[in-house]
Design a protein around this ligand. Structure first.
Ligand SMILES: [Zn+2]
Ligand SMILES: [Zn+2]
Length: 333
């Protein structure tokens, strides 16, 4: 089968490798689409010795012994390699499994290949009427942001600021509108993405030409009810704490592994009854709830997948992603 390898310094090789054989509890899927993700850009520079790709949808072509999912089933892949038996897994919260054996596409070969092995319990069946493109968007883009929004009980909010309209941020905008939040402000550098924000009913702000704090405080003197931080940098995390109202919620969903000093010069952390949430990925029941919202026409998943490239042109997909002139880009092996 054809598969992509990230060699480092932005070099991608497409090579022929043996198609894997599913073992006990494993499914072999024919990959239909794999989403381009900001978190893969680091390994694109640093290099990676496995096949990358962790936003995968495809069709089961072979099931190893002991699998429940049957060949022919269309699935998306839930990446936490969870145990299925702990108290968290029993509630469908595989993202919190303390026995997790890493993530698909990070600890195992991923979906930038024609075929991929997926543990049976990581198979999320797609309902009729959900396309593969929607299946991919329902993972990191809508799944991760939707989990953050549910943890923040966003339906109670009157105003929300989303910092960054990359795939997760734009997923948050779609989710906030689906949950009926009236004022959704979005700071984003890319003009292309600001236009998509406006199409979804959000209020775009260009932080290079507008003072974000003045713009927010003109309408919300004490700050917004919720800030969704979808960039993953210290300055934007601190900006979140500055712009949330007293008693409000800051949800950090952007990928950030560094330390965060909580006390700001304005003293917001100590005195403002702020709720700080650090959310990670999503639960399996939430995935099915999100599928239902797409099928009911409440959530626009299809519109969030903007571009498609064949596997042979995966480098061009990452180059486009770097320009900011895209939302979710799909690579189709
Ligand atoms: Zn991702
Ligand atoms: Zn578990």
């Amino acid at each position: 089968m054809r598969a992509a390898y990230f060699r480092g310094d932005g070099v991608i090789d497409i090579v022929d490798v043996p198609t894997p054989t599913p073992g006990e509890g494993q499914l072999l899927i024919k990959v239909a689409a794999n989403g381009v993700c900001g978190s893969d850009r680091k390994i694109l520079q640093g290099g990676f010795n496995l096949i990358p790709g962790h936003e995968v949808a495809g069709t089961v072509v072979e099931a190893g012994p002991g699998c429940q999912t049957r060949p022919g089933t269309r699935i998306a892949a839930y990446i936490p390699i969870h145990c299925g038996e702990c108290p968290f897994c029993l509630q469908g919260k595989g993202n919190l499994c303390p026995n997790m054996k890493g993530l698909l596409g990070w600890a195992t070969d991923g979906g930038y290949a024609e075929y991929m092995l997926v543990p049976d319990r990581c198979a999320l069946p797609l309902e009729d009427g959900i396309s593969f493109a929607e299946g991919v968007v329902l993972l990191d883009t809508i799944g991760t942001s939707g989990h953050a929004l549910r943890l923040s009980r966003c339906w109670d909010a009157e105003s929300v600021l989303v910092i960054g309209a990359g795939p997760v941020g734009i997923g948050a905008v779609a989710g906030l509108k689906a949950f009926g939040v009236p004022n959704v402000y979005v700071t984003e550098l890319s003009a292309y993405r600001r236009e998509r924000v406006a199409e979804l009913g959000g209020i775009p702000i260009d932080p290079t030409t507008e003072n974000v704090e003045e713009r927010i405080r003109a309408q919300h003197p004490y700050g917004v009810d919720i800030v969704v931080e979808a960039v993953g940098t210290l300055p934007t995390i601190w900006q979140s704490m500055d712009l949330v109202t007293r008693g409000g919620i800051v949800n950090i969903v952007g990928e950030y592994w560094g330390k965060v000093e909580l006390e700001r010069p304005k003293g917001t952390w100590m005195i403002n009854d702020m709720t700080l949430i650090r959310s990670f990925y999503f639960t399996i029941p939430e995935f099915h709830e999100n599928q239902r919202m797409v099928l009911d026409g409440k959530l626009n998943a299809k519109g969030l997948a903007t571009h498609t490239f064949p596997l042979e042109e995966i480098k061009a997909a990452y180059d486009l992603f770097d320009t900011g002139n895209s939302l979710k880009i799909l690579v189709e092996p």
